[in-house]
Design a protein around this ligand. Sequence first.
Ligand code: F6P
Length: 412
Amino acid sequence: MATVMGNVIVGQSGGPTAVINSSLAGVYKTARDRGAKKVYGMLHGVQGLLQEKVVDLADHIKSDLDIDLLKRTPSSYLGSCRFKLPEIKEDTEIYDRIFAILDKYEIEYFFYIGGNDSMDTIKKLSDYAILNGSKIRFMGVPKTIDNDLAVTDHTPGFGSAAKYIASITKEIIRDGLVYGNQSVTIIEIMGRNAGWLTGAAALAKGEDCEGPDLLYLPELTFDVDDFMKKIAALHKEKPALVIAVSEGLKVADGRYVCELTDNVDFVDAFGHKQLTGTARYLAEKISREVPGCKTRAIEFNSLQRCASHIVSRVDVTEAFQVGGAAVKAAFEGETGKMIILKRISDDPYLCVTDLFDVHKIANIEKKVPREWINETGDYVTQEFINYVRPLIQAELTAMMVDGLPRHLRLED
Ligand code: F6P
C-alpha cells in the first residue's frame, strides 16, 4: 500500500444522519492508516473553514474506542452548515480565501461528506483547483437520509432512517388501534421532494403488523379532496387509520401542503423551504370536517435522522466504507468525484463502491420511479420494498453507559 505524507481535511455538510460520523471515522482511519501526516476537521463545513475553524482530529479522536464511539454517535460530529458557494465567475475572492487557508494548513486532500448541495461545493472547489493549477484533490462522500442523490444505488444514512421509520410506524400502528373508536393518525416523514423515506414506512407491514393504511409520496401531486374521500371510504371498513405523508407533498398549484398553514417560512442558502406542518394541517382538517373522529399528527422530524440506537448495520458499515474509498481514490490521484454504491445483487445483498463524476451528481434530485408507486398513488409497490429491505438489515449495538447510549463529543 502506497503511503501518502500530505495533509487531509474533512468536513460535514447539510442535514445530519445517524451514520454520517461513521463516514467521518472511515475517512479519518483510512487516511491515518495510509500515512496522512495530519487529518484536520473543518467545523461547520466550508462556512467554518472560511473562518479558519479547523481542528487537528488526532487531538480529539485518540483511540480505537473513540472511533467505535464515533460510529455510534448521531448528528455531525464536526458540526454542519448549509452554505452555498457562488459560481466561480461571480466571486473568486471567496475561493482565494478558501485556498489560502487550505495552503496554510498544507492540505493536499479535501473530503466533504454530504448530499446534493455539498456535492455542489465539491464540484466548484475541484473546478477552481483545476482552473488555478492547485494540486489539492477534492472528493465527495455521499450522505443523506433523503436518498435523493443521483447515480448511487442509495445513500448512507437512508437505511438507518428507513429502519427507524418502519420500526416506529409499527409501534404507532399498535398504539393507534387500541380504542376501537374512529381515529386518524398521520405521520409526517422527511425527505424533502423525494418519497424514499415515506415509502419506507411500508416496511412496517408484515406478519405482525398491518402496515400503514395509506402512503403519500411527493412524486405525485396531492389532492386534498381525494384524500378526504379515501379516509371516509376506509373508515367504513376500520375505525382507526394510520397514514404516512411526506413533508414535501404539493398540491396542484405547486404549493407545499405545509404552506397551506400559517407557518412562517424559513428558507436556507440553497432556497430550500423548511418543510413542516403537513401532518398537522391534514389532521386539523379531518378534525374539523369529520365529526367525532379523533386525530393525531406525529412529525418524526429530526428523530428519524438521529436515532443512532437503532441504526442499520448494513448502513453504518457502508457509511464507513464510502469514507475509506474516498480516501483511497484521492490518494491515488482522483479529484472532482463522488463515491457511489453499486448494488451487485439483492439476494444475497451485495454492494460495492465505485467513483463517479460529481458534476453529474450535484444539484440533481433522484425521485422514486413512478412504477414503484401503485396505480392509485397511495402506496409503494413490492419492488420498492425489495429495494429498501436489504438496507435496513442488522444492528450495531450501542455502547451503553448508565443505561443510555454513549456518544463521542467534540470537546472545546
Ligand atoms: O436533507 C436532509 C433533510 O433532513 C431533509 O429531509 C429535510 O427536509 C431537511 O434536511 C431539514 O433540514 P434542516 O435540518 O436544515 O431544517
